[in-house]
Design a protein around this ligand. Structure first.
Ligand SMILES: Cc1cc2nc3c(=O)[nH]c(=O)nc-3n(C[C@H](O)[C@H](O)[C@H](O)COP(=O)(O)OP(=O)(O)OC[C@H]3O[C@@H](n4cnc5c(N)ncnc54)[C@H](O)[C@@H]3O)c2cc1C
Ligand code: SF4
Length: 525
């Protein structure tokens, strides 16, 4: 078969969508394969009931846990991938996250690239995804070669009060880095209208810095880029030696199709990228493509996360709440020398989201009526790093379905972070004894189904015996195969993963251009 394309990219999320935009001006023939379609623009985009209770944009996939019990993963198959629904908190990992870090439950391993290798790409990703933020407020932030491209999103009064109270208590709250196209200096012309339905919702007015709006659409302005939606990659075929991919098999409109290229990039998200490699087993790769190390699918991570709400003594009328973060406990605190993680805000609770949330109903009565909760809620997201554990892994059952085995790590550190926040509430104008889980934000009370921050199933490294990919994210065993998404993460840190996936896609994109003998602007190199 003759190659019709220079590069095939499978998946159009933070990794694939960003890479597509980077490669597009080169003039190289690029094919994007996306199993989903365009996320429809419709009034339901901003309906808490449709999005949070009826799970309108969750895929109908069925996965299985380690006991073989079926569950519906909270996953989104659309052009733009998970970023269509994300909260657009666009953090850099800390410099220390790229090195080896000792945690309560073990070691978070080093990356094969250091922070200094990533820094220019973080800066570029912040520009491409229009990150709003303020440098110099967060004591843990790594050095940056440029200011944020846009000013921080301002706090609304209740969150400003929270920032002031935190500062008065000796902490260092900062303006959270955020990818919304908000122009507070010129509201009539601002694409973003600062609404209450951002974090976890699609943006009806396309003002969220997601991988469809700022990755795929700009890429498609170039005639050399083709997108096929509804195109699910099911297998990668190789040559007889097993050292090069020769085609990707796709199911589209009920038919099997095959596409060929010189280079293949898998960007399906951590679980589905592992699935595609495992489903591509052959005589030369009996345990799955590029899986001689037996590492494909292993070390799955997704953060030890807790969505909680505290009850403000005064009403909290905040509309856009995700403007504040605290990293004072990221590397530990007095009395607990291990990393604990990041505290940030999440989208403001709305009464409609609480339907069916049993812990709320039982824990709050009689002090608060359920309908008062949304009025007083101040909503936090606590992220503790979960460690790469080999047995936390994606495998396939006989029918090719994803089986996800996962046991939590760093539970002690997560509990310490929770109690740290709880112990501070009284000084922050909140009721001291109320810190309540918000299952609705996770859209599930089954922890393993909350796959939003999935990472780590094809880790990159220098040793082919212990990693799947090399430092360029190329498979050690297959010359023209790359994995460019959160799969490559050897560890996940405790901040949100998307900006790192985007920055890494830009880094790998430079390598691919060099390999293709092309340049960023299309001139030959
Ligand atoms: C509700 C929610 C809130 C979040 N909030 C934040 C946040 O505030 N900050 C942050 O940093 N991160 C956040 N995240 C996580 C962030 O969105 C992900 O880390 C990021 O999108 C991962 O990028 P990726 O390229 O690995 O995968 P994705 O972005 O998921 O992209 C994978 C793509 O591959 C496609 N695909 C899968 N299998 C196939 C196949 N076989 N064939 C063809 N296409 C396929 C999928 O449809 C999808 O488009 C959030 C996620 C969710 C769900
Ligand atoms: S806050 Fe802005 S970016 Fe977010 S959904 Fe609303 S309009 Fe869109």
């Amino acid at each position: 078969m003759t190659s019709s394309y220079d590069v095939v990219i499978v998946g159009t999320g933070a990794g694939g969508g960003t890479l597509a935009r980077h490669l597009a001006p080169s003039g190289k023939r690029i094919l994007l394969l996306e199993r989903g379609g365009w996320l429809p623009r419709e009034p339901q985009n901003w309906s808490a009931t449709d999005v949070f209770v009826d799970n309108r944009y969750i895929s109908p996939d069925t996965w299985y846990d380690q006991q073989g019990k079926a569950f519906q993963p909270q996953i989104h198959y659309f052009v733009g991938g998970a970023t269509k629904l994300y909260g657009a908190a666009l953090y850099r990992l800390r410099r220390e996250d790229f090195g080896e870090l000792r945690h309560h439950d073990g070691v978070s391993p080093a990356w094969p690239v250091g922070y200094d290798d990533m820094e220019p790409y973080y800066t570029w990703a912040e520009q491409q995804y229009q990150v709003h933020g303020a440098r110099g407020e967060d004591p843990t932030e790594p050095p940056a070669s440029a200011p944020y491209p846009f000013p921080a999103v301002s706090h609304e009064p209740r969150i400003q009060q929270l920032a002031d109270d935190l500062a008065a208590a000796g902490h260092h709250p900062f303006h959270a880095p955020c990818g919304v196209m908000l122009d507070e200096a010129d509201p009539p012309d601002s694409a973003c209208i600062r609404c209450s339905t951002c974090d976890g919702f699609p943006c009806l007015v396309r003002a969220k810095a997601d991988a469809e709006v700022l990755g795929v659409r700009p890429a498609l302005e170039h005639p050399n880029v083709t997108l096929l939606t509804g195109a699910r990659a099911v297998r990668l075929a190789t040559d007889d030696a097993g050292t090069a991919v020769t085609g990707v098999e796709v199911e589209r409109d009920g038919e099997r199709e095959r596409y060929a290229a010189d280079l293949y990039v898998v960007s399906c998200g951590a679980a589905n990228s592992a699935k595609l490699l495992l489903a591509s087993a052959s005589d030369k790769h009996p345990n799955g493509l590029a899986n001689g190390s037996d590492q494909v699918g292993r070390n799955y991570m997704f953060h030890n996360s807790q969505a909680v709400l505290a009850l403000s003594k005064e009403p909290n009328p905040t509309v856009f709440q995700k403007t504040l973060g605290v990293n004072d406990f990221y590397f530990g605190t007095d009395g607990f020398e291990y990393p604990m993680g990041n505290i940030q805000m999440i989208g403001k609770s709305q009464a409609d989201m609480f339907k069916g949330e049993k812990p709320l109903e039982t824990k709050l009565a009689p002090d608060f009526l359920l309908r008062d909760v949304a009025t007083h809620a101040v909503d936090f997201w606590l992220s503790t790093e979960d460690l790469p554990v080999p047995d936390n892994r994606v495998t396939l059952d006989r029918d090719g379905n994803v089986r996800l085995s996962y046991s939590a790590s760093n539970a002690t550190a997560a509990k310490r972070l929770y109690h740290q926040l709880k112990s501070m509430l009284g000084r922050l104008g909140m009721h001291p004894d109320h810190l309540i889980p918000r299952h609705a934000y996770l859209k599930t009370d089954i922890p393993v189904a909350g796959v939003a921050h999935q990472a780590g199933t094809c880790r990159f490294g220098t040793d082919p015996a212990t990693s799947v990919l090399n430092a360029d994210c190329r498979a050690h065993e297959v010359d023209n195969l790359y994995v460019v998404d959160t799969s490559c993460f050897p560890s996940i840190g405790a901040v949100n993963p998307a900006l790192t996936a985007m920055a890494n896609a830009l880094r790998v994109g430079d390598h691919l251009l060099e390999r293709l003998g092309a340049s960023r602007n299309g001139a030959g190199s």
